[in-house]
Design a protein around this ligand. Structure first.
Ligand code: AMP
Ligand code: TRP
Length: 316
């Protein structure tokens, strides 16, 4: 682990194949910060249990997301990578937080309100989820929590909960800061809307060359201006304005040429990640070992904090 004095924590849902929006909006931040912070990154499998209720799928997707992070450069010598379900302190502390949290307060969560608005019967797990996430975070006393913009409110919940606990039982938790990169808060998909699996407008992060080409060719070109803004928006993730200006200037109206360059630029980013991902997938035993070692280190840290909490609340 790094010798850094500040701690970073982040959690990732095992949601299946990641796309370019996940990469620029969330995944890359963790790798970029791994030298600067003592980092804990976990796979939020108990979170995912709210929507993945199939053992084979759960196993495959948890391993999948671990391999995705290793493939984009997460270094297990620097980062403690583990599964949430391997550290039972998370669920235990979540219960303790449930007891100091009110129903109306949780009803204000965007995630809950969105699910309600869609007419879903919300599971208790989904409703309480902000308290599990508060526990995920606060067990490790992190200074920073890098997340996508949609998770901002959840980090606020963790801060409020830390503060409330400290007021009731005495100073125990540090209030963490969310890190949200505003420049990539919303990566646009092939139709110009937020890139999202549910809109079918994604470019997969570990796509084959053909898949990249198909996605790029499907980008909706808006011919009202002199440049295809949906093509440009994706291109800007890969290259600076200064690099793109001459290219787009010289190819006004020639959308096909611009798309062809975008395919090459995406291939340049993705090809090495894809190769690395394939290599890692041939050695699942090593990935399991990384998760096992991570769980050991995470348990050590989390148990220490939980013991302190138990003393504060008077059950120890
Ligand atoms: P999801 O798969 O939607 O749960 O997202 C996983 C992570 O990726 C979250 O931290 C999101 O904020 C981030 N993310 C998802 N889609 C995008 C997008 N289009 N642009 C930027 N970040 C995103
Ligand atoms: N809720 C986050 C998401 O949906 C995942 C997550 C769970 C998380 N626990 C966390 C992120 C703790 C940061 C810190 O993407």
């Amino acid at each position: 682990m790094s010798t850094a004095t500040k701690t970073l924590l982040s959690g990732v849902k095992p949601t299946g194949r990641p796309h370019v929006g996940n990469y620029f909006g969330a995944m890359r931040q963790v790798v970029e910060l791994q030298d600067e912070y003592a980092s804990f990154v976990f796979l939020a499998d108990y979170h995912a249990l709210n929507f993945i209720q199939n053992a084979d799928q759960m196993r495959a997707q948890s391993m999948g997301v671990a391999m995705d992070y290793l493939a984009i450069g997460l270094d297990p010598a620097k980062v403690v990578l583990f599964k949430q379900s391997d550290v039972s302190a998370h669920t235990e502390l979540a219960w303790i937080f449930d007891t100091i949290t009110t129903v109306p307060y949780l009803m204000r969560s965007h995630a809950y309100k969105d699910a309600e608005a869609k007419g879903h019967e919300v599971s208790v797990g989904t409703f309480n989820y902000p308290m599990l996430m508060a526990a995920d975070i606060l067990l490790y006393n992190p200074d920073v929590v890098p997340v996508g913009a949609d998770q901002k409110q959840h980090v606020e919940y963790a801060r409020d909960t830390a503060d409330k606990f400290n007021r009731i039982f005495g100073d125990t938790f540090k209030l963490p800061e969310a890190i949200i990169r505003e420049d990539v808060a919303t990566v646009r998909g092939t139709d110009g809307r937020k890139m999202s699996k549910s809109y079918g407008n994604t470019i997969e992060l570990f796509a084959s060359r053909d898949e990249i080409a198909n996605s790029v060719m499907s980008i909706v070109t808006d011919s009202s201006g002199d440049r295809p803004k949906n093509v440009y928006a994706i291109h800007r993730l890969l290259k600076s304005e200064e690099e793109l200006e001459p290219l787009y200037g010289a190819n006004t109206g020639n959308y096909k040429a611009l798309k062809e360059v975008l395919i090459e630029d995406l291939e340049f980013l993705i090809a090495p990640l894809r190769v690395r991902r394939e290599e890692i997938a041939t050695d699942k035993a090593s990935v399991m070992n990384i998760l096992r070692a991570g769980a050991e280190k995470a348990n050590e840290r989390a148990e220490k904090k939980l013991k302190e909490v138990k003393e504060m609340i008077g059950v120890k």
